[in-house]
Design a protein around this ligand. Structure first.
Ligand SMILES: [Zn+2]
Length: 429
């Protein structure tokens, strides 16, 4: 047996310590990687048939034990990201490096006030290792320290899961109440009223007992409701008349059609105001409240508070914009060689509009007011056919185009599922 010298024993001891140190370092790194792997697994997102496959990661700070000491800061109002980092004691040179590292995919200087930023440092030496910026629940930016004092930034996007669901309700008082009760937000309620805006005057025609349903994309993040997507199909049953719409993309444009393939967007909206009430109808003889004489009322008055947006009922070209005695601030639009509409007593015009401006159907052209001869804020709306005054409420509005035969087959294939979902909700209502 060979006897080991003390020097040799010492050598083995050092080797042992180094081995143990290496092993524990490896275990620590491995465990750290493992925690991240687990975290990644936790947030695995399933994709719906409607969304393309994307890589997902959780951009939000993890609640699992972090190996870091975390300081959370946020950009204050009227402050910049630069000042925010500077206040947190970060070197100007380092801040510039971070901004440069992100510049390919995000402009850090555009970060809004209130965005949370985590500074992650090693607990013992307080050496900064990572910066995590939560731009939104769907987007985070992770900036990590690399060897040789460089920084690497990456975008961490989270994609919500999307499923198609049917949401429905019955009118008790207003559509607004009913839809809000069913969980829709104002944007989706406006969308629903827009879909049928050429068929239904939601301010005046709806009754308690009417019912509605929508097939809509419901987006969730980690199993929790995140937001609504676009309405894919809708039904509104007005008294006994059922109106149905399905979304279909034709020539790159998302348009709602009847199940038969007819476009729902009529040539004219039923009303230039979304929420208002009619205070005076089209009459050949009417006693004028200011002039105190009998005088025909050749339009419809919609009462609404000053500042309520006024929408062009159809696309067209502004023929007149300016002052008219009695009418106050008025706009007259020519829609085609046959039809014109006029809007009076506006408090102000839509921004950037002038004579000959093109306006789209539904575009805000001005705001309710009481300029000219008016006793209260209202919109006086006129409709002309071949230069003759017509009763806007009495006109049978011409329909817009229907799908061409070759598009109809694709339309029927694609909307089958939507209509089935919409049908399912019919049974329950
Ligand atoms: Zn009037």
């Amino acid at each position: 047996m060979k006897k080991h010298s003390p020097l040799r024993n010492g050598y083995f001891a050092i080797l042992g310590i180094v081995a143990i140190a290496l092993a524990s370092w490896y275990i620590w790194v491995f465990m750290k990687k493992k925690t991240f792997d687990l975290v990644q697994e936790d947030v695995h997102i399933t994709e719906s048939d409607y969304e393309p496959e994307v890589e997902t990661a959780d951009p939000r700070p993890q609640l699992t034990a972090s190996p870091f000491h975390i300081t959370t800061i946020s950009v204050q109002k009227n402050s910049s990201i630069y000042t925010t980092f500077q206040k947190a004691g970060i070197d100007a040179a380092v801040i510039h490096e971070w901004i440069a590292a992100c510049s390919d995919f995000y402009d850090l200087s555009s970060i809004a006030a209130g965005v949370q930023i985590e500074l992650r440092a090693t607990p013992d030496t307080e050496e900064l290792r990572e910066v995590f910026i939560e731009i939104s629940p769907l987007l985070g930016i992770l900036i990590q320290r690399q060897p040789h004092h460089t920084w690497l930034a990456e975008k961490m996007e989270k994609k919500p899961t999307t499923e198609l669901v049917a949401v429905e309700g019955k009118i008790e008082s207003t559509l607004w109440d009913s839809a809000a009760k069913a969980g829709l937000h104002s944007q989706e309620i406006y969308e629903l009223t827009d879909i049928f805006s050429a068929q239904i005057d939601f301010e005046r025609e709806i009754h308690s007992g009417d019912s509605w349903s929508v097939v809509i994309e419901k987006r969730s993040l980690e199993g929790k409701f995140y937001d609504w997507g676009k309405i894919q199909a809708a039904r509104y049953t007005l008294k006994d008349v059922e109106h149905k719409a399905v979304l279909f993309i034709v020539n790159g444009k998302r348009t709602y059609f009847t199940p038969g393939g007819e476009s729902l967007s009529g040539m004219f909206l039923k009303s230039p105001l979304k929420f208002s009430r009619i205070t005076s109808t089209f009459q050949i003889k009417r006693f004028h409240p200011i002039l105190k004489i009998n005088r025909p009322h050749r339009g419809v008055d919609y009462a609404a508070s000053t500042g309520t947006p006024i929408h062009a009922v159809a696309e067209g070209r502004i023929e007149y914009i300016g002052w008219q005695n009695g009418g106050g601030n008025i706009i007259r639009i020519r829609h085609n060689s046959t039809y014109e509409t006029a809007y009076k007593h506006m408090s102000r015009f839509g921004s950037g509009l002038h004579k000959n401006s093109r306006v789209q159907q539904g575009e805000v052209i001005g705001y309710v007011g009481m300029t000219g001869l008016a006793t209260a804020p209202h919109l006086h709306f006129e409709f002309y056919e071949n230069g003759k005054y017509m009763d806007p409420l009495g006109i049978k509005f011409p329909r817009k185009e229907a799908l061409a035969k070759d598009q109809l087959f694709a339309f029927q294939q694609q909307t089958k599922k939507l209509l089935a979902l919409l049908q399912k909700s019919d049974i329950q209502s």
